[in-house]
Design a protein around this ligand. Structure first.
Ligand code: NAD
Length: 481
């Protein structure tokens, strides 16, 4: 049993956002929001049901009749208002993210800022996108696909909502959002903020609830034309299967097991901290986390020493402390999952260089794990093949550049990858052979107009910028005889 804090500190979230208003939930089921740093209950959420979802879809459908015919200028104006409204609450959004899932503040703030900026990035992409083309007696136009269901994961829920909403709004779609049920507090802050943008009624609707209830209704409902989903492969597969019955368009942003290739000319003093930043991104709970570090055999001993030294700048602890690099796992379930993989790695014969099983000393109350680096890992071990979603790094040795590329590509996933080396031409040549949707060279970096999405099991479709908007468009040709 969790000890409860003072009753007046437990927030109660009982509404959904439908047709421009906060309305009482029809669904009655209540779940606790548990703070991962100390396993205390901090909020209670009333979950929506199929009826709440259908009301939201009906509102979005009514709004689409008008908004679906909006001009570029009208959409741009709305995107600017959304940006302004979200910008006003960056501090609160960051605080909610830190408290609710233990995201470290040094990661949470830039993630929130990037969500807020997505509205302006989409506005720019929309301005640059040619929505109509004509030649002879033919006119081709890009039309909004219809009502879109946006389903998000908990690990950067506010970012995913902003990103998907920005693309959908730019395309002329109306939306029903099903945020992660583990992200109710940050969703509440975000939707209160976006309410201030004074949107046309029904353009934005949000129903908090379970995936197999609210999410499943969005997937099966014939009035929803498109699902944009961020989450696990298992749920992505189900959405694709179930969505086929109503011919849903789908964008699926799924998991990863991203490689970081350390080339033999890399400057290790910079390369190692950079590789660890990518491995421990969002406490390892990131789809893009670089969890397989491929190291030339000739440098293995130097890399091991470098990792031991560099771990000192990755302290584990209170996520609200700006010095903390690694916070708790989101839930008891996720804690147990990560621990089970650490055990599995040891059973499979990998060697623990840093970390291991159990809580870090002094952090027994929350869902903290020890950041763990395994060496002597073979790419066919479960710890190198399966997404762990925690701060567990596998170091895999290679002999030649060709072998490094082969190992990097020997994965069911293909979301993200990194190449680190001094000879930039060589690094580019290696990057161009990686089967992943995004490859970064010499450190983690971002570009709000560059596409995001996966090859293979990492998903279907792309988000961000022009690519994100196109995912919410259909092409229509009108031909005159
Ligand atoms: P999840 O698949 O369990 O849940 C994601 C969302 O889907 C939640 O809102 C959940 O309620 C909903 N859902 C569950 N069952 C559903 C159903 N039957 N129908 C419709 N919706 C349903 O994933 P998670 O644990 O929240 O997130 C972690 C996963 O997300 C990891 O695999 C991670 O790699 C992935 N992820 C991918 C990206 C990316 O951009 N590619 C980004 C972040 C996270």
């Amino acid at each position: 049993m969790n000890a409860l804090p003072q009753r007046d500190t437990i927030k109660a979230l009982t509404t959904h956002y439908i047709d421009g208003a906060f309305v009482a939930s029809h669904g009655r089921e209540v779940v606790d929001v548990i703070r991962p740093t100390d396993a205390q209950v901090i909020a209670r959420v009333t979950l929506g049901d199929e009826e709440d979802t259908r009301r939201a879809i009906a509102a979005a459908k009514r709004a689409f009749a008008t908004y679906g015919r909006s001009t570029k200028e009208e959409r741009a104006k709305i995107l600017r208002r959304l940006h302004q409204a979200a910008s006003a609450r960056i501090d609160e959004l960051t605080a909610a993210m830190v408290e609710e899932y233990g995201g470290v503040v040094q990661f949470a703030r830039p993630i929130i800022e990037s969500g807020v900026n997505a509205f302006l990035a989409s506005e720019k992409a929309l301005q640059d996108l040619q929505l109509t083309r004509s030649w002879g007696k033919t006119t081709v136009s890009l039309e909004p696909v219809g009502v879109a269901g946006l389903i998000t994961a908990w690990n950067a829920n506010a970012l995913f909502i902003c990103l998907k909403l920005a693309s959908a709004v730019a395309a002329g779609c109306t939306v029903v959002i099903k945020p992660s049920e583990l992200s109710s507090l940050q969703t509440a802050v975000l939707i209160e903020a976006l309410h201030e943008a004074n949107l046309p009624k029904g353009l934005l609707n949000v129903v908090t609830g379970l995936g197999n209830v609210v999410g499943a209704e969005l997937v099966r409902n014939p009035d929803v034309a498109k699902i944009s989903f961020t989450g696990s492969v298992a749920v992505g597969e189900k959405i694709m299967r179930d969505g086929a019955e109503t011919m849903k368009r789908v964008t699926l942003e799924l998991g990863g097991k991203s490689p970081t290739i350390l080339l033999d000319d890399a400057a290790l003093d910079q390369a190692i901290p950079s590789a660890l930043v990518m491995a421990f991104l969002n406490s390892g709970q990131a789809c893009a986390a670089g969890t397989r570090l491929l190291v030339p055999k000739s440098q293995l001993d130097a890399v091991k020493r470098g990792i031991r030294d560099a771990m000192r700048v990755f302290p584990v602890g209170d996520p609200a402390d700006p010095k903390t690099a690694i916070g708790p796992m989101v839930s008891q379930k996720q804690y147990e999952r990560v621990e089970s993989y650490i055990r599995k790695g040891i059973e499979e014969g990998a060697e623990v260089l840093v970390g291991g099983e159990g809580h870090p000393e002094g952090l027994e109350a929350g869902y903290y794990v020890k950041p763990t680096v395994f060496v002597n890992v073979k790419n066919d071990m479960a710890i190198a093949r399966e997404e762990i979603f925690g701060p567990v790094l596998c170091v895999i040795a290679y002999d030649t550049e060709e072998e490094a590329i082969r190992i990097a590509n020997d994965s069911k996933y293909g979301l993200h990858a990194a190449v680190i080396g001094t000879d930039i031409q060589r690094a580019r040549r290696v990057a161009s052979q990686i089967r992943a949707g995004r490859v970064v060279i010499n450190g983690m970096t971002d570009d709000a107009q560059a596409p995001w999405g996966g090859f293979k099991y990492s998903g279907v479709g792309r988000e961000y910028g022009r690519y994100g908007i196109e995912a919410f468009l259909e092409t229509r040709a009108i031909l005159e005889a």
